[in-house]
Design a protein around this ligand. Structure first.
Ligand code: SF4
Length: 220
């Protein structure tokens, strides 16, 4: 991913706000989209993520913003949106580095769900193996990634005898983590666009329904 250059647009856009407005933006930060686009590229993405990474927020900008957020960051939920956190890997900083900095600087537990981008399988499996790392909360499995992940799991010898993948992975991510249910979700119900209400037993929950400001590589 080193050939991708940051547009540095976020920094420029933030200059358009007054200090008072910036304070409001930072203190209400709900999420930061570290990268624009998603390497997974599910054709039915509920967030309309564009396939492929095309921009990112430089690490120094991210850390500078963290330093301006009142602690603990009351509204911050995660560091991705229409993107996968583990696609962040630029200028010597990967998602794990940013995540650790965020939790340390913001005194806040940051939620992580990943579809395991290609090339990041071993890194993520190793994180899941170490209960002490406690970074990944959830894995999304869809028909667009589960074969690759299944192959990677057996290649790295995380799964012996290769029985049914879903139960393997559920066991793998159990303990204090939330096991994935996305495969069922994918098979059982239609995917919904942002803001739409689910029409089944999941009730009134929509994809990405939470309050707060969003920073992206392109602005606020
Ligand atoms: S992994 Fe998530 S964000 Fe990426 S394309 Fe698929 S549904 Fe969209």
């Amino acid at each position: 991913m080193n050939e991708i250059k940051s547009s540095n647009t976020l920094e420029e856009k933030l200059r358009e706000f007054t200090p008072k407005q910036k304070k409001l933006i930072f203190s209400n930060l709900g999420s930061m989209q570290l990268t624009e686009g998603c390497s997974i590229g599910c054709i039915d993405c509920g967030f309309n993520a564009k396939k492929g990474i095309r921009d990112y927020i430089p690490a120094e900008v991210i850390l500078n913003i963290f330093s301006k957020i009142p602690k603990p960051a009351a509204h911050l939920m995660c560091l991705y949106y229409a993107s996968d956190p583990f696609d962040y890997d630029f200028d010597g900083m990967n998602y794990v580095n940013i995540h650790k900095k965020a939790e340390e600087m913001l005194e806040k537990r940051i939620y992580v769900s990943t579809s395991i981008p290609k090339g990041k399988e071993q890194l993520i499996f190793n994180l899941l193996k170490k209960t002490s790392s406690n970074i990944v909360n959830r894995i999304s499995l869809t028909k667009f990634n589960y074969k690759r992940i299944e192959n990677a799991l057996s290649e790295f010898n995380f799964v012996k005898n290769k029985p049914q993948f879903q139960s393997n992975l559920d066991t793998f991510v159990r303990s204090n983590r939330i096991s994935t249910r996305i495969l069922d979700f994918y098979n059982d119900i239609n995917r919904y666009k942002i803001g739409d209400k689910n029409k089944d037993s999941l009730g009134e929950i929509g994809i990405g329904c939470y309050n707060g400001t969003l920073l992206t590589p392109k602005g606020v």
